[in-house]
Design a protein around this ligand. Structure first.
Ligand SMILES: Cc1ncc(COP(=O)(O)O)c(C=O)c1O
Length: 417
């Protein structure tokens, strides 16, 4: 233990070892060492109840949905729609029709770009983004800008990796049509003041899309409290399956938007003269959706809600505090991203050692971290580094795993000394 460590406040009700027992993958060894999984910002792991739910679906309920009167199809449809209702409750959406299943955050943002952007954004119109965005919340808007002649404005960050909020309002003008902002930065962990930003944007009548990929797994999210117009997140970062995600959108906006993809399930009627689109959310769910993945995600949010998102946030904050204090004892370590309000992500560089070497050597100790630009190259450019090593925590991580990471970093430094 670090003598200088701040007191760590672990919620007494939270038994991390009991939770870990739910995750089969956390019991395995990697490179002959117990797995220390610290790549949760990329994808988190799946607990047994979610795995069991997927097996039950595949074993006893699988059929295509919305299309048949036979029992299995009715079961699958009920389970799929029940999952939608679970997601509605998870983010406190007012109306279940406002929850659209997508393949993930990236597709959800692309849906807004095609459905809202291509209809309502024209040459000379402006979109405000931030330096902290993941490429998924940059590239679709650049594609739209190329197509339409729209302009992208960027809210900068300070040296701590916090948005320069004082520069937000001056970015608006009569041509501003949309704000896109991440709730939590995947590269740095900064928690952005999205509620305040949404209120400012709404004063100007501008809708806000929040990229919640890194927030939904770590903080209680209430879309009514935020008053966001769109909120996007991914299942695989939320202890659920890959290939599933959610776009929340206010019904009034979704109804005005054009469909993103054409095909089955998004229509009411089709003739060669005219196609009539289905109501929301189906208007945006063309083709057979990832039924099993949606049901698995429903089970995942049940699991997280049973623990409590506030309990999860408190445990992860304790991990962040402890890891940050331990890191301060490591010479040659530069922590990138020191926002006041931060999720449990530690991005860092080590003097004279390339992040890929750090990641490779840590892996030999069974420690999984991510190295690279984290799909956030503008953040790397801002801090003048090509890449970082990123340790990102989940509620099933432990203080002992922080110690393992710190010991691993010391060994890497010894190898390169
Ligand atoms: C902040 C953020 N936005 C978007 C994405 C893209 O998510 P997905 O690949 O699940 O679509 C990620 C994934 O790392 C992310 O961290």
């Amino acid at each position: 233990m670090n003598a200088r460590a701040e007191p760590i406040h672990v919620t007494p009700a939270f038994d991390v070892e009991r939770v870990r027992a739910d995750f089969p993958i956390l019991q395995i060894e990697v490179e002959g060492k117990p797995l220390v999984y610290l790549d949760n910002a990329a994808s988190s792991q799946m607990p047994q109840p979610v795995i069991d739910r997927l097996v039950r679906y595949q074993s006893t309920e699988h059929a295509n949905i919305h299309r048949a009167v036979h029992t299995l199809s009715e079961r699958a449809t009920a389970a799929y729609e029940e999952a939608r209702a679970k997601l509605q409750r998870f983010i406190n959406a007012p109306d279940v029709r406002e929850v659209i299943f997508t393949s993930g955050t990236t597709e959800a943002i692309n849906l807004v770009m095609h459905g809202y952007g291509r209809k309502f954004i024209q040459a000379g119109d402006e979109i405000i983004l931030t330096t902290l965005e993941h490429h998924s919340n940059i590239v679709p808007w650049q594609m739209l800008a190329e197509e339409t002649g729209a302009i992208i404005r960027v809210l900068p960050i300070n040296d701590a990796g916090e948005l320069c909020l004082d520069q937000f309002e001056p970015l608006f003008n009569d041509r501003t049509k949309l704000v896109g902002v991440s709730h939590v930065s995947n590269a740095l962990g900064s928690i952005n003041p999205v509620k305040q930003m949404i209120a400012l944007a709404h004063k100007r009548g501008v809708p806000v899309l929040v990229d919640g990929a890194q927030a939904a797994p770590h903080l209680p999210v209430d879309v009514q409290d935020l008053d966001c117009d769109f909120y996007a997140f991914s299942g695989h970062k939320l202890c659920g399956p890959t290939g599933i995600g959610v776009l929340y959108g206010k019904a009034a906006l979704l109804e005005k938007m054009q469909p993103f993809k054409g095909g089955g399930d998004m229509i009411l009627s089709v003739s060669f003269e005219k196609t009539v689109y289905n109501a929301i959310p189906y208007k945006f769910e063309a083709g057979t959706p990832p039924i099993a993945a949606a049901i698995g995600l429903g089970a995942a949010v049940d699991y997280l809600s049973a623990i409590g998102m506030d309990v999860i946030a408190a445990h992860e904050h304790a991990l962040l505090q402890y890891a940050t204090s331990q890191f301060s004892d490591l010479p040659g370590l530069r922590l990138i991203g020191t926002a006041q309000d931060k999720a449990a992500v530690l991005s860092f560089t080590l003097d004279g050692i390339h992040p890929h070497d750090v990641g490779t050597l840590l892996n030999q100790d069974g420690i999984a971290v991510r190295t690279g630009h984290h799909c956030a190259q503008p953040v790397m450019a801002r801090f003048k580094v090509p890449a970082t090593t990123r340790a990102s925590f989940a509620f099933y991580n432990t203080m002992a795993e922080v110690d393992a990471l710190v010991a691993g970093i010391r060994s890497v430094q010894k190898v390169f000394a």
